[in-house]
Design a protein around this ligand. Sequence first.
Ligand code: ATP
Length: 404
Amino acid sequence: VSKANIICVGDELLHGAIADRDGAMVASFLRRSGIVATRIVMVGDDYRAIAAELAAASARCDLLVVTGGLGPTSDDQTRDALGFFVGQAVEFDEELWMEIQRTLGRKLRGSNRSQACRPALFSPLLNARGTAPGLIGEVGGCRVVALPGPPGELQGMLDNHGETIVAGLGEYVRIDSVFSVFGVPESRLEDAMRDISRESDSDRVEWHTRAEPYRIVLRLAGGTEESRAERSAELARRIGPQRLAADETTIAAVVIDELRVRGLRLAAAESCTGGMIGSLLTSVPGASDVFWGSCVTYANDAKDRVLDVRSVAEHGAVSEETVREMVGGVLRLAGVSAGIAVSGIAGPDGGTDEKPVGTVWIACALEGKVAAERFQLPGDRDRIRRSATVEALVMLRVMIGGIV
Ligand code: ATP
């Protein structure tokens, strides 16, 4: 296992003006990466003192992280300490100077020029949140990394350059948050995420989507936990909180959990989904205490014989009356208090002007209340059936949670 030391630079730390936060932040980052921090040292703004610590620490560890002392003023001495330590001059790097300004998107005053200075042995790590880039170099078998002191900047550096910092020494663990999104087209989700990113001036949160048959897995990476939580809360406002859940999960697992907490059992009556709702619910381990079962009543006489549905002749198999009767029938049959019923036209044939392909009626029942809703779902037969499955469970989740 690789060993690391951390050196926090700053007179303020030694004077007791501020309490160290950087040491803990780096230590927990290293811990996540499987690297053991064996020592955290604080040292004042004095390049000789810093260089002495660098020499001592680099002899006993594989990775040395220095925080602070990279600012533009004369009391920021980490760069000079690095130069002194490796016996190299600290020289102005014109290209780095341009790059810092490009990253920040603005021109810097000449007094910031010292931040583009470095000993040749160290390469820069660009800082998206401040003017001071970090520096990284290998010195006699020890990797030495200097990072800016303000905790917000330091966090950004660990998020953006974490992989480089621990490469070959530990296993980099990205700090991210994962969500599952139900029944939202991928293009709409991407538009929403793009808008949210554009409207937010906070630190960089990257997002990635992965579409699967019954969900999209959304990963937010980088930023802070708070900034990622803000993004997901904003997304919930835009797509509806019932369409979002933490972690990689399914709408079936979410509904089963919510019913279990309330001590309720669920039965389903399916026509166009042909058992897909039952299949998704039974893919959740341990569902049997909550899920009674599903009746696949596909033909009209099956709806009649199994569920006592009488409305088909007058209103059609795909109608509000039929799904209401279906859900009532399956509740009676199962003796439970939560129910779902679905009937729709999945196509490619069977559509009419009044009820085109994609027309789906869903009814949900919960403790005596029944709601029915008509959906117009896009796509081919397979997509319509999958969407109907998701919409039925999302609708039940709304009823359970009272989320509207
Ligand atoms: P920059 O040039 O971007 O300001 P820097 O590397 O020069 O960064 P310092 O000058 O050492 O950083 O510190 C700047 C500020 O960052 C300090 O005034 C303090 O508020 C905060 N800071 C620095 N080190 C720590 C630390 N170890 N713990 C908590 N806060 C710190």
